[in-house]
Design a binder for this molecule. Sequence first.
Ligand code: 5RP
Length: 241
Amino acid sequence: MTTVRPRTEQDRAKVAAGVHALDTQVRNGMLLGLGSGTTSHWFVRSLAERVQEGLDVVGVPTSTATRDLALELGIRLADLNDVPPLDLTIDGPDEIDGAGNMIKGGGACLLWEKVVARASHRMVTVLDDTKIVATLGRFPLPVEVVPFGWVSTRRHLARLFADAGLGQVRITNRMRDGELLVTDSGHYILDAHLDAIPDVPGLAAVLNHIPGVVEHGLFVGIADAMVVGHPDGSAEVRTFR
Ligand code: 5RP
């Protein structure tokens, strides 16, 4: 197993958040949802070190990438279908506001991430301090759609944004290696460049009504707390409820 070390200030902040989450949120015997993305993967690496020291946890991964990393590092895993509600999920946001609402899905894992978070008694998000914003929307909002009729679904989305008073929103197709990116569930991702989302719960509710939309990256009322890390290695917990 190769040891990966943080190289940038932002990575040091991500590591600090993960370690503080381990110290303050994770207990022996927990069933743990394991998030996706770089911050979550730093957390998984720190978790693996604790497991080697004797911590007993079982993880449920939110992506095939996190599954592969956890297995490589020797963390025991379970299928979500085979376990009771999880004690805790630890996952990272792309953006988070003061109320704990988040945009997620920058790594295209939003569907499994939302399912796992919702299957957990608590969800705690880990982040470096650059992810905190006054208003969500600068980060493009990922929307996961079924391949069938996806161009029509994209038109429907554009109409919905216009009807919601958000204007002519640019929607881009998420690509990887020159092809449409295919998610772990076989879907596509559309990214909506909204700039600012004035009514996050309102938009989250209507997005779920479009046929062809499987899930979207607005996580409203899901995070119970956030663990914010800083480049100097410090971190703190802020609770939302
Ligand atoms: C993946 C996600 C990630 O959790 C989110 O993109 C944050 O990633 P990172 O920690 O790399 O900034 O939602 O779908």
